[in-house]
Design a protein around this ligand. Structure first.
Ligand code: HEM
Length: 166
């Protein structure tokens, strides 16, 4: 990556300004005192916006969003999700490592029967979640930059699905 704010990273397609927007938003989303609550909110947002996705989770299958919100395993899943996203943001410039981390995530999900189509649900979940938490601090550049990062995850997942199929 060069100093030029408009140069796109060849792997992620993100410009330096977009990377900064992701990092700035993440500094708020990942604030230690709100981390667990924010991870929790992301998962609940997925289930609220796309109730059918609940069926992908053996732990939560057949439960209502209210019941899931009380589930004793939800906090650990919320934290694990936030730690994974943190590892992506931390390594956003080191793209070989980033891609390997994304591969680990997508392979673990493919093994559970979760597909890249399921991950596309995050294209509207993540912006809704960000707007709720960041409120006035949420910018359109933050939203579009996260959309691009999710696009990288979906692309890596599609690639891994082909590998599994072939
Ligand atoms: C931003 C996107 C996501 C991230 C960062 C993420 C991260 C994680 C992590 C860290 C775990 C636990 C460790 C593991 O097995 O890898 C997990 C578990 C799981 N995820 Fe995701 N996930 C994401 C999106 C999704 C989506 C879209 C679905 C399905 C619609 C999904 C379904 C599952 C399921 C079924 C489990 C197993 C839960 C359990 O039984 O404990 N994930 N996810």
């Amino acid at each position: 990556m060069t100093e030029d704010n408009n140069t796109k990273d060849p792997v992620t397609g993100l410009t330096e300004a977009e990377v900064k927007a992701i990092e700035d938003s993440w500094n708020i989303l990942y604030r230690k005192e709100h981390r667990k609550e924010n991870g929790f909110k992301m998962i609940i947002k997925l289930f609220t916006v796309h109730p059918a996705s609940i069926e992908r989770f053996p732990l939560f299958r057949g439960k209502t969003v209210e019941e899931i919100a009380e589930h004793p395993k939800l906090p650990a899943l919320a934290m694990a999700t936030m730690y994974t996203l943190a590892s992506f943001v931390d390594n956003i410039h080191e793209t070989d490592l980033l891609v390997e981390l994304v591969k680990k995530l997508v392979v673990s999900h493919i093994k559970r029967g979760v597909s890249s189509e399921d991950f596309k649900l995050m294209y509207d979940v993540v912006p809704a979640w960000m707007k709720e938490i960041l409120d006035d601090e949420c910018t359109s550049l933050m939203l579009s930059s996260w959309g691009k990062l999710l696009g990288v995850i979906v692309a890596v997942m599609s690639g891994e699905e082909q590998n599994v199929a072939s």
